[in-house]
Design a protein around this ligand. Structure first.
Ligand SMILES: [Mg+2]
Length: 176
């Protein structure tokens, strides 16, 4: 079943380098998001968000803060006519050695548990960082880089990535 895995920061909302989105007010949708989401909802049978949020493990924000931010994301998706079937979060810091922090694939397996009809070979991973691309590659997904992180530009250039776009709307126009 065609499934879209979406990174959050830098794809759905404007990334704030070195900072965490701790409050709904700091969650700024990326340009064209409200147009892209309904197009993608029509194209993909499942759409899931997979996001690393180490600010929780670092004690900079709480799970309640995260819930408030994700409620805003869900509201935006619903108001646009789009659909997010699930949002998975890794709350751990990188040193924790957890199985869920991308590029580790734990969140994909959680998605498969919840939606057994997902198959990774018919899935797309869309993100802005090398950890997103490595996550998709490890699972045999098609990989899509959106507006690659400035600080990873050189490494991203060397990676085998299937498609590169400036924003999610350009990807939606391509795939639909
Ligand atoms: Mg990101």
């Amino acid at each position: 079943m065609d499934t879209l895995f979406l990174d959050r920061d830098g794809v759905l909302n404007v990334r704030m380098p070195g900072e965490y989105v701790q409050h709904p007010d700091a969650f700024i949708p990326t340009p064209g998001l409200e147009t892209a989401l309904p197009m993608l909802a029509a194209r993909f049978e499942r759409i899931v968000v997979v996001t690393n949020q180490a600010g929780i493990g670092k004690g900079l924000m709480t799970l309640e803060d995260l819930d408030a931010v994700h409620q805003k994301l869900r509201d935006i998706a619903q108001a646009s006519g789009g659909r997010l079937d699930a949002i998975y979060t890794c709350p751990h810091r990188s040193e924790a050695g957890c199985p869920c922090r991308k590029p580790a694939t734990g969140m994909a397996w959680l998605a498969l548990e919840q939606f057994p009809e997902i198959d990774f070979e018919n899935s797309w991973m869309v993100g802005d960082s090398k950890s997103d691309m490595a996550f998709g590659q490890a699972l045999g997904m098609r990989t899509v880089l959106i507006n690659g992180k400035q600080e990873e530009v050189e490494e991203l250039q060397k990676m085998h990535i299937h498609f590169r776009f400036g924003n999610l709307l350009d990807f939606a126009r391509f795939i639909c």
